[in-house]
Design a binder for this molecule. Structure first.
Ligand SMILES: Cc1ncc(COP(=O)(O)O)c(C=O)c1O
Length: 382
């Protein structure tokens, strides 16, 4: 029976998940190996780097909520990105969004560049500009939308159309939006990537990554890399993300509602210079966000008048309900300072070019009572 998104988060890909005892939740198969009745005769599992039933349950769940055919799980979001890059060859080129997650930038520039892959970082907010950056050697376009931490929105449909015309794979990091808000494969992307550490897990207690693809050949290649390179998640971690996904729709709804209230509050605050949240009418890509997303997400960034790093640090130190910490997407509200934390690995001149000012604060708005969140921001800004 076809299922809607809110049903898929709970049941998607989970039919007959435990033929042994019909358990409703996928069991944590904490085993490395599986008994064979005769060499090569087994029930589909041989060794847990290659496949594990708890991981398979998670992979099917993630594929289902992304409306994709194949889910492939990894030990972290970066391991998932790494697997995509391993499909390339020396001499290949990649066009990536200018304002990507700092860890992805570091992997591209400090690891894969030394293996002979060239990366071009391009502002894709006007997606039509992309064409002039595509070369015969371009094999992959890597985008995030909304971007981290500037919340730029990229038109996935326009980019995917150009990618298809030039026979280039398009990968979308869907960590910030989650499939609750947008499903990149439906918009024409070839690969969806997730840091499951964030909203999919949802409780800041597990590090995990995933890819979703429709193409069988590409899936085969990525499953091969998953096993050959071995950056797999353990069964307990797969269980935690699988459990997290079951409440993704409920949490995302509240994250979005709370973020809207906070973005509007900050927008009117006299100490705030600029608020970056795609739901605000003055956001430069608001109309694209409106057309490709169901709502505008739980991530809000803002800069302060005077752009003083000292004042930004004081604000962060004063917070009581928000926790000053790396990461995002959990039930608890977090605040961070991209210039010194998540994006510290990007050189300052590059950071400033993309708008990561010294006073920029990134909020991962949680699902607490919004009155308490507003009061906390108010006292920390005062
Ligand atoms: C947008 C985005 N993509 C990828 C990653 C990397 O994920 P992980 O930390 O699970 O390796 C992060 C981590 O913060 C992220 O924010």
């Amino acid at each position: 029976m076809p299922m809607k998104f809110n049903t898929k988060t709970i049941h998607g890909g989970q039919k007959d998940i435990d033929p042994a005892y019909n358990s409703v939740m996928a069991p944590i198969y904490q085993t490395t190996t599986y008994r064979q009745s005769s060499p090569g005769h087994h029930l589909g599992f041989e060794y847990s780097r290659g496949a594990n039933p708890t991981r398979s349950a998670l992979q099917k769940s993630i594929a289902s909520i992304e409306n994709g055919k194949h889910g492939i799980a990894f030990g972290s979001g970066l391991a998932a990105i790494d697997a995509v890059l391993k499909t390339l060859q020396p001499g290949d080129e990649v066009v990536a969004t200018k304002n990507i997650y700092g860890g992805a930038y570091r992997l591209f520039e400090n690891v894969y560049k030394t293996f002979g892959i060239q990366f071009h970082f391009v502002d894709l907010q006007n997606a039509k500009d992309l064409e002039q950056h595509l070369e015969a050697k371009t094999k992959l376009i890597w985008i995030e939308t909304p971007t981290n931490p500037m919340m730029n929105i990229i038109d996935v449909k326009v980019v995917s159309k150009l990618a298809k015309q030039h026979n280039i794979l398009l990968a979308v990091d869907n960590t910030f939006a989650t499939p609750y808000l947008q499903q990149p494969l439906e918009l024409g992307a070839d690969i969806v990537m997730h840091s499951g550490t964030k909203y999919l897990g949802g409780h800041s207690d597990v590090v995990l990554g995933a890819l979703v693809v429709n193409d069988d050949q590409l899936a085969e290649q990525l499953f091969f890399i998953q096993n050959a390179s071995g950056a797999i998640p353990g069964p307990m971690d797969c269980f935690l993300v699988l459990r997290g996904i079951k409440t993704l729709h409920l949490r995302m709804q509240r994250h979005c509602e709370n973020a809207k209230t906070i973005a509007n509050f900050l927008h009117q605050h006299p100490k705030v210079e600029k608020v970056y949240w795609p739901g605000l009418l003055n956001h430069p890509n608001h109309s694209i966000a409106k057309s490709q997303m169901k709502a505008y997400g739980g991530m809000v960034s803002f800069s302060m008048k005077g752009d003083s790093q000292e004042e930004a640090v004081q604000f962060l130190e004063r917070l009581r309900v928000f926790t000053l910490a790396e990461s995002l997407g959990g039930v608890e509200s977090l605040a961070g300072h991209p210039a010194t934390m998540t994006h510290g690995s990007i050189p300052k001149e590059e950071r400033l070019k993309i708008g990561i000012l010294d006073s920029l604060i990134r909020l991962s708005v949680g699902v607490e009572d919004q009155d308490d969140l507003i009061k906390d921001l108010q006292q920390a800004l005062s």
